[in-house]
Design a protein around this ligand. Structure first.
Ligand code: NAG
Ligand code: NAG
Ligand code: NAG
Ligand code: NAG
Ligand code: NAG
Ligand code: NAG
Ligand code: NAG
Ligand code: NAG
Ligand code: NAG
Ligand code: NAG
Length: 762
C-alpha cells in the first residue's frame, strides 16, 4: 500500500529521472563526451555509492531508501548493503552491528539486549546473532538514527534482506562486511553466506576492513565479476586479523594489491582538514593507489554533515574537490545523499568555464555581498561576490551621524561590527527601528564607524553552524560612493540599493537618505549609464516614489512579512510603485515541519501584474533547507527557479547559485539523462506517518492592500529641532539600558503596546 504510493511519488517528483532510466540502450549519456576528462583509474565517471540507499531522508537500508536512491540519482548508482547475519544465517542490511541504533528492536524485544566482545571491545546492544530472520522481519521496523533527519517515516519500513536488493535492479550492488571475525566467533560465516547467495545475487563489490576475510574470499568468486575492496578505518584503529594499525597498512599500499582491487578510505585520507576544519593540501593517496592499479573510493559524504569551511556549506563543492581537481579523481563516493553526488558528477564537474549561452534565468542578487563567506558589506564580501559570479551586488545604505552613506545590513551596528566593544555607552532604544537596544549608525560619525571591525554574521549559529570563522573580523566597510566605484569597475551587470528608515532619519536625525543615495548615483553616473542595471529597493512606497521619474532605475518593493497570498488589490497597489518585489521564500512556497507543502499563488499573481519576483532567504546551510530539497541548496534553488520561474535569487552564497545556473542541468527542458529537478511540494510529506507529524502551523496571512502604501516622507528636519532625547550626543541612558527621559519613556510605552498587539496577533 505504502509502497504503491511512494512509487507514484517517484513519478511525480522525478518524472524526468525515471524517464531517463528507461531511455533506449545505446543512446549516449550526457556525461559521455566528457568521459576522457575523468582522472579515475578507469577513465570513466566516478561512481555514486548510496550508503543504505537514500539514508539522508529515509531510515537507512529500508526498501524506500533503496528505491528512492535509484529514482533520484544517476542510473549507474550503486546500492550499498552492510551485511549483518541472523541466528539462522540469513543476511540483512544494517549499517551498524547493533540493531538498536536504527530499528525498533529494543521496544519489540526489550529484554534481549546483551553485551558482547567485538574485536576486543565490550559492546552492549541488540545483535542480529541473537534473533532469527522471522523474528526480525515480523516484528522489527527501521527508524531514522540521525537526529537532524526526518523521523516521520519511522516504524513502517521493514528491514531489507540482502537478496531483496537485487529486486530493485540497481546497476551495481556493493556488499560491505564490517565484522567477519565477530560473526565467526558466533558460528556464522559471512564468506559462506556470500558464496551461497551469489548463486542468485550478483555482488559487484565486496568490501571489508578485515584483511583475513578478503583473503579468504580470494579466488572463490569470479574475479572479473566481483571486485574486492579493502576498507580503511581510522588511522589509529587496529585491523583485527593482523593486529596492525590502518596507518601502518597504508604505508604498504602495494601489499593490498595482492588481495584487493581497490581501497575504501575515510575522505580525510584524501583531503585532510586541520583541527579548525579548514582543508589542507591533498595527500598523494589517490595518485599513489592509481599508480599501483588500485581503485580508490572515499566514504563519509553527507549533505547534513559539513566537513570543512572551505566548502561554504555547499555539498557539491566537496564532491568536486574529490572528483574534479587538476590532479586526480576518486573512483567513487559513499554518500547518504546520492542525488547530490550525482549532480556533482553529471551536472557540475568539468563545468567551471562553461560559458555556453544561457537560456533566460533568474538574476543572482547578493545579500550584503557574498556574506556567507565574508563579513557582510565588506570589500572582501563584494570582491568574493564578483568572483563568484553574482549578477547584482547589493548595498543596504545606512547613514552616519555626519551624513556619510555606507553599506551595512542594519542601522544597528551591534550585530555586524565590533561596536559593542567601543561604543556601548552610545546604545539607545529606537522603537521605530527595533525592539531592542542598539548602537545605531546615525549616532556615530563615519570615522568612528570606519574604526570598527566587521563581524561575520552567523544567522544559523543556533544550529551550531558557523560561517568561515577564520575570516570573522576580516575586511573593511565601504561608503556608498566606494561601493559604486567598485561596482562600476567590476563585471557585475547591476547593483541593488536598499533604503530603510527614511522617515525616521529625516524627521528625527535630520538625515536625508534618499538624496544621499540619488546624488551618489548621479555622481557615479549611474543615472545615465545603461550598461549596468540599478535596482532601488525599499519597504517604503514613499521612498520608491521618489525614484519614479528616473527611468534608468528599476524599483523593488520589499515585502517584509511572510504572506500566503497576494490578492489583486494589494498587487495593484504595489504596481503603482514598483517593477519588482523582493519576497521571502516562505511566502512563495508554504512548508510545514521542514517539508514543502504547496506553492502559494503569490508568484503567479505578481507575474500576472508584470511584477518581477526576487526570492530571498535562500541559504546553503542544510538546516535552512526543507527535507524534500534533500538538504541540497541547489535543489532548493532549482525549485524556485525552474519550479516557480522566479526572476531573481537573493543569496548570501552567490557561488552556489552561479554553479547551478552554469550547469546544463539548470535547463529543465534539456531532456538530460540526469538533472537537478525541482521539488513537487507536498509529495514527500504524503508518505509520512500522520501520527508522527507535529500539528501544522497556522497559515500566514494574505498581503493586505491597506498596508502597502506609506505616508509621504516627512521633511528633513534640522537636528536641533528634534526631541531632546533623540539628539545624538545627548542621549543619556539609564543604567538598565532604558531611556531616562519622558519622551523616550512614552516611546517605550508605545513599543510595549505594539509588541503586545504583535504577540496577541501571533
Ligand atoms: C514475530 O513475528 C513472527 C512472524 O510474524 C511471529 O510469529 C512471532 O510471534 C513474533 N514474535 C514476537 C515475540 O512478537
Ligand atoms: C546511532 O549511531 C550513530 C553513529 O554512531 C550516532 O551518531 C547516532 O546518534 C546513533 N543513533 C541513535 C538513535 O542512537
Ligand atoms: C591479535 O591480538 C590478539 C590479542 O591481543 C591475539 O589474541 C591474536 O592472536 C593476535 N592476532 C594476530 C594475527 O597477531
Ligand atoms: C581552505 O581554506 C583556507 C582558508 O581560507 C585556505 O588557507 C586553504 O588553502 C583552503 N584549502 C584548500 C584545499 O583549498
Ligand atoms: C596537484 O599536484 C601538484 C604537485 O604535487 C601540487 O603542487 C598541486 O597543489 C596539486 N593541486 C591540487 C589541486 O591538489
Ligand atoms: C578596476 O579594475 C581593474 C581590474 O579589475 C583594477 O586593476 C583597477 O584597480 C580597478 N580600479 C578601481 C578604481 O577600482
Ligand atoms: C532623477 O533624475 C533627475 C534627472 O536626472 C534628477 O534631477 C533627480 O535628482 C533624480 N531623482 C532621484 C531620486 O534620483
Ligand atoms: C563623486 O565621484 C568621484 C569620482 O567618481 C568621487 O571621487 C567622489 O568621492 C564622489 N563624491 C561623492 C559625494 O559621492
Ligand atoms: C515626476 O514627474 C512628474 C511630471 O513631470 C512631476 O509632476 C512629478 O512631480 C515628478 N515626481 C517626482 C517624485 O519627481
Ligand atoms: C505585461 O506586459 C505584457 C508585455 O509587455 C503586456 O502585454 C501585458 O499587458 C502586461 N500586463 C499587465 C497586467 O500590465
Amino acid at each position: 500500500m505504502l509502497m504503491r504510493h511512494l512509487l507514484l511519488v517517484f513519478l511525480l517528483l522525478h518524472g524526468a529521472a525515471a524517464a531517463a532510466g528507461n531511455q533506449p540502450a545505446g543512446k549516449p549519456a550526457a556525461a559521455k563526451p566528457r568521459a576522457a576528462k575523468w582522472k579515475t583509474l578507469s577513465g570513466n565517471a566516478p561512481l555514486v555509492i548510496a550508503r543504505g540507499g537514500y539514508s539522508g531522508i529515509f531510515p537507512e537500508s529500508s526498501q524506500f531508501a533503496y528505491q528512492f536512491a535509484l529514482a533520484t540519482s544517476l542510473k549507474e548508482t550503486v546500492l550499498l548493503c552492510d551485511l549483518q547475519l541472523t541466528k539462522d544465517g540469513a543476511g540483512i542490511c544494517r549499517s551498524d552491528l547493533k540493531l538498536d541504533n536504527s530499528t525498533t528492536i529494543s521496544t519489540a524485544f526489550p529484554k534481549r539486549g546483551t553485551t558482547y566482545s567485538v574485536n576486543g571491545q565490550s559492546v552492549h546492544g541488540w545483535f542480529s546473532v541473537d534473533f532469527t530472520s522471522d523474528e526480525l522481519l515480523g516484528n522489527v521496523t527501521t527508524i531514522q538514527n540521525i537526529f537532524s533527519r526526518p523521523s516521520i517515516f519511522d516504524g513502517n519500513l521493514p528491514l531489507s534482506m540482502v537478496q531483496e536488493i537485487s529486486r530493485f535492479h540497481p546497476s551495481q550492488f556493493w556488499l560491505n562486511v564490517q565484522y567477519d571475525m565477530f560473526y565467526k566467533e558466533h558460528k556464522l560465516d559471512p564468506a559462506k553466506f556470500i558464496l551461497t547467495a551469489s548463486e542468485n545475487v550478483v555482488f559487484d563489490y565486496i568490501s571489508s576492513p578485515e584483511i583475513g576475510f578478503l583473503k579468504s574470499l580470494n579466488g572463490k568468486l569470479g574475479k572479473a565479476k566481483t571486485k574486492l575492496i579493502f576498507r580503511f578505518l581510522a588511522a589509529d584503529a587496529v585491523e583485527p586479523s593482523t593486529n596492525q594499525t590502518y596507518s601502518l597498512i597504508l604505508k604498504n599500499l602495494a601489499t593490498i594489491k595482492s588481495f584487493a582491487s581497490g581501497i575504501l578510505v575515510p575522505k580525510s585520507y584524501v583531503w585532510p582538514a586541520n583541527k579548525d576544519k579548514y582543508l589542507e593540501p591533498s595527500t598523494t593517496l589517490v595518485t599513489d593507489a592509481h599508480n599501483l592499479g588500485l581503485e580508490v573510493y572515499a566514504f563519509n559524504f553527507a549533505n547534513d554533515q559539513p566537513a570543512s569551511y572551505n566548502y561554504s556549506f555547499d555539498p557539491t563543492a566537496e564532491y568536486l574537490q574529490f572528483i574534479d581537481n587538476p590532479n586526480f579523481s576518486v573512483d567513487g563516493v559513499f554518500t547518504d545523499f546520492p542525488s547530490t553526488a550525482s549532480a556533482a558528477i553529471a551536472c557540475l564537474a568539468h563545468n567551471k568555464d562553461n560559458a555556453a549561452a544561457q537560456k533566460k534565468r533568474p538574476l543572482i542578487i547578493t545579500r550584503n555581498g557574498a556574506s556567507g563567506v565574508f563579513a557582510g558589506c565588506t570589500d572582501l564580501a563584494y570582491q568574493q561576490a564578483v568572483k563568484d559570479g553574482a549578477d547584482i551586488i547589493d548595498c543596504s545604505v545606512q547613514m552616519s551621524k555626519d551624513g556619510v552613506a555606507f553599506c551595512l545590513d542594519s542601522a544597528d551596528l551591534m550585530g555586524d561590527t565590533t561596536a559593542m566593544d567601543s561604543f556601548m555607552s552610545r546604545s539607545a532604544l529606537v522603537p521605530e527601528i527595533q525592539k531592542n537596544n542598539g548602537i545605531f549608525s546615525f549616532d556615530l560619525t563615519w570615522s568612528e564607524i570606519e574604526s570598527l571591525k566587521p563581524v561575520l554574521a552567523n544567522p544559523l549559529s543556533s544550529a551550531n553552524l558557523v560561517r568561515n570563522p577564520a575570516a570573522k573580523n576580516m575586511g573593511k566597510l565601504m561608503t556608498l560612493a566606494t561601493f559604486l566605484d567598485f561596482a562600476k569597475n567590476s563585471t557585475v551587470s547591476g547593483i541593488l540599493i536598499n533604503i530603510e528608515h527614511a522617515p525616521y532619519l529625516a524627521s528625527k536625525k535630520g538625515l536625508d537618505i534618499v538624496t544621499a543615495v540619488s546624488s551618489a548615483l548621479i555622481n557615479a553616473s549611474y543615472d545615465k549609464q545603461i550598461t549596468q542595471k540599478v535596482l532601488i529597493q525599499s519597504d517604503d512606497t514613499s521612498v520608491l516614489s521618489m525614484f519614479k521619474n528616473n527611468s534608468s532605475y528599476k524599483r523593488v518593493f520589499k515585502v517584509e512579512e511572510t504572506i500566503s497570498d497576494s490578492p489583486k488589490p494589494a498587487v495593484d497597489e504595489i504596481k503603482q510603485f514598483a517593477d519588482a518585489v523582493n519576497i521571502a521564500k516562505t511566502s512563495l512556497i508554504a512548508s510545514s515541519n521542514s517539508f514543502l507543502t504547496s506553492f502559494t499563488p503569490v508568484t503567479d499573481k505578481m507575474h500576472a501584474a508584470n511584477l518581477s519576483v526576487y526570492v530571498s532567504g535562500l541559504r546553503n546551510e542544510f538546516v535552512s533547507i526543507p527535507f524534500d530539497c534533500f538538504s541540497d541548496p541547489m535543489v532548493e534553488i532549482a525549485t524556485y527557479a525552474a519550479g516557480l520561474a522566479v526572476d531573481g535569487i537573493v543569496t548570501e552564497f552567490p557561488a552556489t547559485a552561479r554553479a547551478y545556473f552554469r550547469s546544463p542541468c539548470s535547463d529543465v527542458e534539456a531532456n538530460l539523462p540526469f538533472s537537478i529537478l525541482p521539488v513537487e511540494p507536498g509529495s514527500l510529506l504524503k508518505e509520512a506517518q500522520p501520527e508522527l507529524l507535529p500539528p501544522t502551523q497556522a497559515p500566514a496571512p494574505a498581503l493586505d492592500a491597506a498596508d502597502i502604501v506609506d505616508p509621504p516622507l516627512p521633511p528633513v528636519v534640522k537636528v536641533s529641532e528634534t526631541a531632546p532625547g533623540a539628539a545624538p550626543e545627548s542621549s543619556p541612558t539609564h543604567p538598565s539600558g532604558q531611556p531616562a527621559n519622558a519622551a523616550n519613556a512614552a516611546l517605550l510605552l508605545l513599543m510595549m503596546v505594539l509588541s503586545f498587539i504583535y504577540l496577541s496577533y501571533q
